[in-house]
Ligand binder design. Structure first.
Ligand code: ZN
Length: 272
């Protein structure tokens, strides 16, 4: 279950945030949070900045997840900010994806687990493209709540469709983790350890979503074949190149069940 959905309450949602860059966004956000929360705006701003220095919290698709931990905060809160105009969030990096929406997290310095759990659930939410598309169309709490409530209902239902998406997402998380591990091992200051932890927690969240029998099956195939998923490209299995009958392709598209390539045994998926 995505606990974060229940944490998004009206008082924590800020509409029409005016800012021109990351710093002014953090400043506006910190001031708004300070009105309804105990830390000062400066303390909140500093916490956001400190985490941001490790690595950008721009996670793409117009979404940023600034987060910080404050001594004595005592809980984990999620705040949502709708920006009036999209901003260039990372003017100093290669990633120039503009940001239009922020999910900000504040938590206690002494409770990193809780903050990682919340963060990974946000990652999870915004990585479901069809949900994100709808979320990005919302402009206020009421609209956002409608989308998230619908997602919550969907989230509770088992569907082969979602299971395959989770498997694809699991592979993506694994790639990220490997990349950061490589980075850590070749960089003395190990700046990316925190980000690595975040990705690992995210992977745990995905794993908790995958049906146990689906996961077992996935692991078994991966162990014997290296790759467990195969995309259908032009009516062929992209892994073993065997032609897939049209009827089977349609079944895979319908996503009512998980279907494996009759030749190589990998789990088939389509992106169209
Ligand atoms: Zn195959």
């Amino acid at each position: 279950m995505l606990k974060i959905i229940d944490k998004i309450i009206k008082e924590h949602v800020f509409e029409d945030l005016e800012s021109t860059n990351k710093d002014s966004l953090f400043k506006t956000l910190s001031e708004k949070i300070a009105v309804i929360s105990s830390p000062s705006a400066d303390a909140i701003f500093d916490a956001f900045k400190k985490r941001e220095k490790e690595y950008t919290t721009n996670i793409g698709n117009g979404v940023a997840v600034p987060h910080g931990r404050i001594q004595g905060y005592g809980k984990t809160d999620i705040f949502v900010g709708f920006l009036k105009e999209e901003i260039n969030y990372d003017s100093d990096s290669d990633d120039q994806t503009p940001v239009k929406l922020v999910f900000a997290i504040l938590s206690d310095l002494e409770n990193p687990q809780d903050y990682l759990l919340n963060l990974s659930q946000i990652f999870f939410l915004v990585n479901q493209k069809e949900i994100l598309d709808k979320v990005m169309e919302t402009k206020n709490f009421e609209e956002l709540q409608k989308v998230l409530d619908a997602f919550k209902k969907l989230d509770e239902k088992f569907e082969a469709e979602k299971q395959i998406k989770f498997l694809i997402e699991l592979e993506r998380a694994d790639i990220q983790i490997k990349a950061y591990e490589l980075y850590s091992s070749t960089h003395a200051q190990q700046k990316s350890d925190l980000v690595l932890e975040e990705y690992k927690k995210y992977k745990d969240t995905i794993l908790s979503k995958i049906d146990i029998s689906v996961l077992e099956n996935y692991k078994r195939i991966k162990e014997s074949k290296g790759e467990a998923l195969a995309k259908i490209d032009n009516y062929k299995c992209s892994a073993c190149n065997v032609a897939i009958p049209k009827m089977t392709v349609n079944e895979v598209r319908r996503q009512n069940q998980i279907i494996m390539c009759f030749h190589c045994g990998r789990i088939l998926f389509t992106t169209d």
